[in-house]
Design a protein around this ligand. Structure first.
Ligand SMILES: [Zn+2]
Length: 187
């Protein structure tokens, strides 16, 4: 359903677009409380990343699912190029072509900016708005923290406790392969 008037939608989208939006605040607070320190909206870096963690050579973008077309399907093997809505990016039925073009441009720009950052030696992490809803929030923040630590260890050529990890993994694999055999013998 497309219940908003054009004016209301304009107001909503302007609010979504503004800085210090809620999803970004969730990421900032979540990382700060886990001991990560960052700079905000670095003006000199491509795409003005929302958070920049120099120590980790990492830029974090907190993307709204609508504006950045999260999980949409783009069909570009024939004209006109179409975009299929996803769970969290519903393309309005009114002015559909306008929104398709807009979201497509945004996605292309995101890709280009991240390509430039990578060429400059930065890692990029994209966090989606839908991954920050209350039920997923903690898991997402934990996974960002894990990724940052992993990047840091890799950049410094330190393997994270290799032996212990390997032993645990082998132990688990052995358990998994033995279990079904025992069950079959009992039948
Ligand atoms: Zn999403």
């Amino acid at each position: 359903m497309d219940r908003l008037t054009a004016q209301q939608r304009h107001k909503n989208m302007a609010a979504i677009r503004s800085k210090d939006t809620k999803p970004e605040m969730i990421v900032r607070k979540g990382l700060w409380s886990r001991g990560f320190r960052y700079r905000l909206n670095h003006k000199r870096l491509p795409g003005h990343p929302d958070l920049v963690l120099r120590k980790y050579r990492t830029c974090i973008f907190v993307n709204g699912c609508f504006w950045h077309g999260h999980n949409v399907t783009i069909t570009n093997n024939h004209e006109p190029i179409t975009i299929e809505s996803s769970e969290c990016c519903k393309i309005p039925k009114t002015n559909r072509e306008f929104w398709v073009a807009k979201i497509r441009r945004n996605k292309e720009r995101d890709k280009e900016e991240q390509r430039k950052l990578a060429a400059m030696g930065w890692h990029c992490i994209t966090v989606w708005e839908c991954e920050l809803k209350p039920s997923k929030r903690e898991e997402t923040l934990e996974s960002i923290a894990f990724t940052l630590n992993h990047i840091f260890l890799q950049d410094h050529g330190i393997s994270p406790r290799p032996q212990i990890t390997r032993i645990t993994q082998i132990g688990q694999m052995e358990e998994e392969t033995q279990m079904p055999l025992v069950a079959e013998e009992e039948i």
